[in-house]
Design a protein around this ligand. Structure first.
Ligand SMILES: Cc1cc2nc3c(=O)[nH]c(=O)nc-3n(C[C@H](O)[C@H](O)[C@H](O)COP(=O)(O)OP(=O)(O)OC[C@H]3O[C@@H](n4cnc5c(N)ncnc54)[C@H](O)[C@@H]3O)c2cc1C
Length: 667
């Protein structure tokens, strides 16, 4: 075991980033033309990095597996993006955003990175507005804000429930400008399947053209992995169906340490699972918790009557409802962080108060907000004698303007009208705080290989606050990497083009070929999805919202058995060098199977509870996560040792100089 060097700059926290930028190497504009950078991924992190690096003069080769960068999973982001602008004059500041993020992450994030994130957050909004991102505006024309969980101010900028889409269109336009100028070579429908290292440095990738099946060699002076999160290791999640761990896992197997794999975010407001054959879960944005109140019936007989269809939730009066978040956490109420809200929903459902057939649903109710907004609107309209029906009509209009597309999506999926009856929601896997370990410069443990966005582990500790992923992805791509990558590339101005006709590229390509041919030649009896579903069930039941030693040990054993059976029995129809979506899935699921094992190991090792990682053995008498700061104030960074060898744990010690370390409370 070794201690990792995170390369945090010296000096007071508020000066670290400025001092660092002033001191690191830069590449002059003419020399940037001599340098190639590969960016794997064109979600918000990759698109912003590609556009910025190309704008600065580097030659960028960008890759994504979708047919266009516009379809990256980032497009699904609904609720918003945080920034410490203090437009609401409600006491926000860089320090408060930093504090909220570190506390929200249950004190398991690197302070210096989080401070930098808070510092550049305001620039992101300016950048996006300049690109034409249509953020919501208030009556006076200024940018509007709303609140997200775990904070007491309104700092979330949004574009209805389509913030990710609008931000991605902004980044994509910036990319397109450079694609048009030839500074970005865009390789859509390409999947990176291997990293190529030369003399220990990242110098290229092997990618598969997903239309033709042909393998391609691509070289560069540095490689940026911005391939998103790995929530689909659970099979069911709110992530896009294609989201996967392959790029991150491939670099892990080539020497990049993987940090905190067990930190998963389970989002409290998703549409509950409806059956065994479902392949996707749908998020209802956290922004809805601004106005929706979460409750279950107080009495079991009401639960039974509702489940049997004999009673409607709207028939229960206020006294008969348990607004359990408002009861347990009066200061934050329905806006507690996601980990807290998810566990509270599970607690009520485990106690038998779940309101749907499976007993796994709670209500998210907009009736009070509709009435409140309706009354306000009637006053503004000077409709003094408005009837209740009129007030509700006006209120529904306000809610529609704020969340219309989310309500429409809910109705399409469930066939229930959420304006008239409360939504049913339940927690689901949503985001992975763990990921590739990176230092302050976002470089992995492989020289010249960087990781950005959800693919890296940085900034969110053990739990991410809502609207912070978009902020981090865009901070990494627009404002961090463009500086830090130059520090490394300054040594490469005389290197010249990296040739691909070398033994290193040859070997990497041969290993990919052997792997792909191995899949199609296996001729087993079970589909890829069969194994993915089985892995997902183990992950959800034993490595999910609550974990314990016994379950985790069983999970590791069971995952190993699935791995063995997968190796023997997976069936991949078609050939290796043709269009073959089943082959794409097979490679991704094989990587998920290996990741799943590491994930469970990491969860087993961390005997404390923190944020999204809840160990049943470590809780307060009230059932809250109980951290162990003496034993676990570190980031776990795992090193792959290959084959049957156990991975090796390295620790990055976390020091909290600028924030008082205390058990988290939202009461
Ligand atoms: C439903 C939903 C709603 C959300 N809402 C919000 C929100 O309101 N606010 C917020 O802050 N966060 C939100 N999040 C989280 C946020 O959307 C993501 O964390 C963020 O968009 C991830 O961006 P990214 O650029 O890191 O990765 P992604 O957007 O996932 O992009 C990954 C890219 O990598 C490419 N790729 C992956 N593997 C390979 C490979 N092997 N070869 C080539 N290319 C590859 C993909 O093609 C894609 O271009 C939400 C998440 C979900 C699921």
């Amino acid at each position: 075991m070794s201690t990792l060097d995170s390369k945090i700059p010296e000096g007071p926290i508020k000066d670290k980033w400025t001092n660092h930028k002033n001191k690191i190497n830069v590449v002059n504009p003419a020399n940037k033309r001599l340098i190639d950078v590969i960016v794997v991924g064109t979600g918000l992190a990759g698109a912003s990095a590609s556009a910025s690096l190309a704008e600065m003069g580097y030659n960028v080769k960008a890759f994504c597996f979708q047919d266009t960068p516009r379809r990256a999973h980032s497009i699904a982001a609904q609720g918003g993006i945080n920034a410490a602008k203090n437009y609401q004059n409600d006491g926000d500041s860089v320090y408060r955003l930093f504090y909220d993020t570190v506390k929200g992450g249950d004190y398991r994030a690197r302070e210096a990175n989080v401070y930098r994130l808070a510092e550049v957050s305001a620039n992101i909004i300016d950048q996006c507005v300049a690109q034409g991102v249509p953020f919501a505006r208030d009556y006076g024309g200024l940018l509007d804000n709303r609140s997200f969980g775990g904070v007491l101010v309104s700092r979330t900028f949004y574009a209805k429930g389509q913030t990710g889409q609008q931000l991605l269109l902004g980044a994509y336009s910036a990319m397109n400008r450079q694609i048009g100028k030839g500074k970005i070579q865009m390789h859509s429908r390409h999947e990176m399947l291997e990293l190529v290292k030369i003399n220990g440095k990242a110098r290229g990738i092997i990618a598969r053209n997903l239309i033709t099946g042909k393998l391609e060699r691509h070289s560069a002076h540095a490689v940026v992995i911005a391939s998103g999160g790995y929530g689909n290791v659970f099979f069911l999640s709110t992530n896009a169906m294609g989201s996967n761990v392959t790029a991150a896992w491939r670099i892990h197997k080539k020497g990049a340490f993987f940090a905190n794999p067990c930190y998963t975010q389970i989002h409290p407001t998703c549409i509950p699972r409806s059956g065994e054959y479902q392949s996707k879960l749908t998020l209802m944005s956290e922004s809805l918790r601004n106005d929706g109140r979460i409750w279950v019936p107080k009495k079991k007989e009401d639960v039974v009557a509702i489940r049997e269809g004999k009673k409607k939730p709207t028939e229960l009066n206020e006294e008969e409802r348990d607004y359990y978040l408002e009861r347990r956490y009066p200061a934050f109420g329905n806006l507690v962080p996601r980990d807290v809200a998810s566990r509270a929903a599970k607690e009520r459902c485990d106690a038998g108060f779940g309101v749907n057939d499976t007993g796994e649903a709670v209500y998210l109710d907009f009736a009070s907000a509709i009435f409140r907004y309706g009354k306000e609107k009637a006053t503004v309209n000077n409709e003094k004698d408005a009837s209740n029906e009129r007030i509700i009509e006006l209120g529904e209009g306000v809610i529609k303007a704020k969340y219309g597309n989310l309500f429409q999506m809910y109705e399409k999926i469930t066939d229930e009208n959420p304006y008239k009856t409360p939504m049913m929601i339940y927690p689901a896997v949503h985001y992975t705080m763990g990921g590739v370990w990176v230092d302050y410069n976002l470089m992995t443990t492989i020289p010249g290989c960087y990781a950005a966005g959800e693919a890296n582990f940085s900034d969110h500790g053990a739990n991410r606050l809502g609207a912070s992923a978009l902020m981090q992805g865009l901070a990494d791509g627009y404002f961090v990497l463009p500086y830090t990558i130059g520090d490394y590339l300054a040594d490469d101005i005389r290197t010249g083009k990296i040739p691909v006709e070398t033994i290193e590229f040859e070997k990497a390509e041969a290993s990919v070929k052997a792997r792909l041919e191995g899949f199609v030649n296996k001729k087993g009896t079970k589909t890829v999805d069969y194994f993915h579903r089985r892995l997902g069930a183990v992950m959800w039941n034993k490595v999910g919202m609550a974990r314990n030693e016994k379950g985790l040990k069983e999970a590791i054993k069971e995952i190993k058995e699935i791995q063995k059976e997968f190796k023997k029995e997976v069936r991949v129809p078609g050939g290796a060098y043709e269009f073959n979506p089943e082959l794409e899935k097979a490679a991704r699921v094989e990587d998920f199977l290996e990741l799943g094992e590491l994930f469970a190991r990491d969860a087993l090792h961390r005997t404390e509870s923190c944020g999204g990682h809840f160990r049943e053995e470590s809780q307060t008498p009230e059932g809250e996560a109980l951290r162990d700061d003496v034993g676990f104030s570190f980031t776990s960074a795992w090193e792959w040792k290959g084959g049957d060898s156990e991975p090796v744990l390295h620790k990055e010690t976390l020091s909290f100089k600028d924030i008082e370390l205390k058990q988290r409370s939202y009461k």
